[in-house]
Design a protein around this ligand. Sequence first.
Ligand SMILES: [Zn+2]
Length: 147
Amino acid sequence: MSNGDIPCPRCGRYYSRQGVLDHMRDLHHITRRDAGNLVAAAQAQAKPKPKPAQDDDDGAAWVFRALAQQNKEHRAAMLAKADTTGWQQLSPYHYRRWFYDTRVDWWPSGGKAQVFTKGSGQPPQMVYGHRRVAALVERLKGIERAG
Ligand SMILES: [Zn+2]
């Protein structure tokens, strides 16, 4: 049963351009970025004949546009749901907070933080990923609550 014209590179089922990325994530546990790259590669391979210039956009370009749009929406959603209570806002995307001697610079949309502990002798450390950053902040808030 077909509901689109893009075959999944893993199982060959057909999906819409958007749907194939969801399918690959849900069924094959492939991240959207990897799925996009796999589909783009499969699409490029599936086109043995040279295309007329006006068809260039039919190749891999839509995958990257779709990923860029998803990324943009994801960043906006992460920023919108971020609890920035108690944080100093340094820019629309950049927040800072001290937990005792530990300074955290936080970019909620990108899921990125920089942690620096005064007097530790250690340089600032980057933490990447929304979940890891959330876990870090929860841990520091817990220490703060415990006094
Ligand atoms: Zn599949």
